[in-house]
Design a protein around this ligand. Sequence first.
Ligand code: BGC
Length: 392
Amino acid sequence: MKKRVLGTLLGAAMAATVLVGCGSDNASKDSSSKTATSGSEKKGNSSDGSGKIGISMPTQSLERWNRDGAYLDDQFKKAGYETVLTFSDNDSGKQVNDIQNMLADGVDLLIVAAIDGEALNTAMNEAADAKVPVISYDRLIKNDAVSYYVSFDNYTVGKLQGEFIVDKLDLKNAGDKKYNMEITAGDPADNNAPYFYQGAIDVLQEYIDAGTLKIVSGQKDFDAVATDQWNTDTALERAQNVLSSYYADGTQLDVWLCSNDSTALGVAQAITSDYAGSNSVLITGQDGDEANLKNIVDGIQTMTVYKNVSNEAVVTLALAQDIIAGKTVDASFVDSVDIECAYDTESYETSDGNKCPSFLLVPNVITKDNLQDLVDTGLYKMGDDGYLSANN
Ligand code: BGC
């Protein structure tokens, strides 16, 4: 959506550090130049597009991963690579098999968006043994075999949701006014989910403490509001339970903080069918799924945090090319791509406590008022009815 405008403060702060992958615990102390693989001899051998890339996506049942899979597959193919693309039906056992099959098939590099990061340790260790570099895509796999992490700034996604609520309800000037809120978070197996949740809570906590925002159900902790597999029906059922238990007496609900669009869809359905009040409830989301964009046009959902996953695929391709070419990958990488992203060597680490070098793209708030920004990306078109649909 946006041109790259700056390397970000974080990127600049980390500029002196050369890292070689999440497992390279001593790399930040070592100033000598390193190449970009996690193994000592990388398997791929050129950036000219010769090589086979394994792309393992979690599921086709959540809209965005279809796009990620298609963009990655398309961009790698256009760059001349052979690709193997799998979707694992949100079944982590199947994802392990899919990755093992890719390794048996001789892939030169793996791109993995994990269903359950923990469940992939065996497959990751096998990738390390085979000296196949791994890019952890969007969701961090906390295993030292991972070379790099490419994602959006997940904490900022939640922060944007929290800040939107503060602005929209004008909480800073709320005085004695009180608002009722509920929360729906993401899948506990997804490393991103607590980041989204915490980003929002850190913004909203002072208003919760002051009593300006009240969580009527009392269900606030991540575990109490999490949604297995980000499933829309699961979010719907919990929302219906909350509404019938705490709002059936006419208590007004003002806000439902939802971590993403698939959960927001379930919550919006529950509000439409089961909420007794007549006010419009502020609902947040993330991704820009078509059904949610329609809900935004119709005033059923208030905002979404949009993440341009085409750009995420572009950054991933550029990174993979450098890894395969054996180039040094460090903060200077962000200058080589025309997409705003930060090089962050502090925020994410593996289960063994090693920092994972990450490239984090920038998310944007989308509301009814700036839907045109999505059209301007070239990835969506607006129909005569005002609804957006993806251009693919
Ligand atoms: C992604 C979100 C997505 C969610 C469910 C997360 O890991 O970052 O964009 O909404 O998974 O698919």
